[in-house]
Design a protein around this ligand. Structure first.
Ligand SMILES: Nc1ncnc2c1ncn2[C@@H]1O[C@H](COP(=O)(O)OP(=O)(O)O)[C@@H](O)[C@H]1O
Ligand SMILES: [Mg+2]
Length: 387
């Protein structure tokens, strides 16, 4: 039975879905995380310092000598550099660790994309470099945390002061790019990209904060626009130096113009991967494990006509006291799942400070429009009670 080391950050939504995929595939998992995780027992878990890739790779080499492992897979951003470093040492399919590190640093990412002449927002360290409207963001966060649009100098000053309450690292300032946004889920193999899904984000993302809400696939963009988007993402991956494994990218489309916002060396975040099934029904996590192990990837076509997810918006700060209407939401035509990911009694924090999703509503349907309608109706059926 092949054995895979899964690198799992403490705050991830993804681990259970990888465990399920490994089971379906007949793969043994060893789980490496900063703390011994509750879902794996005994010698199937070991402590790995994800933020120290050299030390992590030393431990992974020792694990390979003692037990033998066949692949290292990072389930989220925090483990990707450790996985690449260990993969390089052990001869597994891997990305260049420096390329992966660039995906975790928005300034380094922009520098690499600029060197490769990939269309992207003008960027710098001050609005003077790019003009208004601009977007200011921490270089090392994710999930839109601390990403703020500013139309004036006063807004910029206020945004920086606000970010400084929770981030003391570098900031990047970019020109604001108008248009609609799509997310591209793809798999790299020996430098060649296969697109797995393109998601439309039908709610306007104009700021000042950029809360993720609805993702629906397939995209309703015109085929030639989609081809342009895919080419842009492939060029971006190559420009960054990524060659192996899953990537998740965001692209803004304004008429004919496609602009690369970001590329991450991982699958889509939160629980959004649950919208995807391939071929005879295999999960995205199974695709990732198969790729890491050099197994047959057969059919990477999406299995459903259309599907989508809505990340439940967080309207204000407070304490979650109840989520009512789950049955009503699940009874809405097309709705296939409702997952609340913040426990009752826990604090709920909106953007720009928040870094957790309140929950997810999932839908499938015959068309993207039907899925979008189901998601809106499903979310409206939920009554999120806060104090
Ligand atoms: N330069 C920009 N112009 C327009 N929108 C932007 C820009 N940068 C970021 N955004 C918006 O903010 C979101 C989050 O920014 P991103 O750079 O992807 O950081 P994160 O790592 O938090 O996802 C993007 O998906 C996009 O909607
Ligand atoms: Mg992003």
């Amino acid at each position: 039975m092949p054995r895979v080391l899964l690198l799992v950050p403490t705050a991830t939504y993804r681990a259970p879905d990888f465990v399920k995929a490994a089971k379906a595939l007949g793969v043994e998992l060893v789980v490496g995380s900063e703390e011994a995780p509750a879902y794996a027992a005994g010698d199937r878990a070991l402590a790995i310092p994800l933020d120290d890739p050299g030390a992590a790779a030393d431990l992974i080499e020792r694990l390979d000598r003692d037990r033998g492992i066949d692949a290292v897979v990072a389930v989220d951003d925090q483990g990707v550099v450790a996985a690449a470093t260990a993969g390089e040492r052990l001869g597994f399919p891997h990305n260049d660790p420096a390329a992966v590190a660039a995906t975790r640093d928005k300034a380094e990412l922009r520098a690499r994309l600029a060197a490769a002449e990939v269309p992207q927002p003008a960027f710098g360290t001050s609005p003077d470099d790019v003009g208004y409207p601009c977007v200011v963001k921490p270089t090392g966060l994710a999930a839109s945390q601390g990403v703020i649009r500013c139309d004036t100098e006063a807004e910029y000053d206020a945004a920086v002061a606000r970010i400084r309450t929770f981030w003391d690292g570098d900031l990047i300032v970019e020109r604001y790019i108008p248009g609609v946004e799509v997310a591209v889920e793809a798999l790299l193999h020996a430098g060649t990209m296969t697109t797995l899904a393109v998601f439309d984000k039908p709610d306007p993302l104009v700021g000042p904060y950029f809360e993720e809400t609805i993702y629906v696939t397939p995209s309703r963009l015109a085929p030639d626009t989609l081809a342009h988007v895919e080419q842009l993402v492939a060029r971006a991956a190559a420009g960054i130096g990524l060659t192996e494994g899953p990537i998740h990218a965001e692209v803004r489309v304004d008429g004919e113009e496609c602009t690369l916002i970001e590329v991450a060396a991982r699958t889509i975040g939160g629980l959004c991967a649950r919208t995807l099934r391939f071929g005879a029904g295999i999960a995205l996590e199974e695709v990732v494990l198969r790729h890491a192990l050099g197994m047959d990837l057969t059919d990477l076509r999406r299995a459903t006509a259309a599907s989508g997810v809505m990340m439940l918006p967080i309207r204000r700060a407070g304490t979650l006291s109840a989520v009512n209407g789950r049955e009503r939401a699940l009874a809405v035509s097309g709705i296939v799942g409702v997952d609340i990911t913040i426990p009752v009694g826990a604090p709920v924090v909106p953007l720009p400070e928040g870094d957790r999703y309140l929950g997810f509503v999932f839908a499938t349907g015959d068309s993207p429009a039907a899925v979008e309608a189901s998601l809106r109706a499903g979310a409206a059926a939920l009554d999120i009670v806060m104090t």
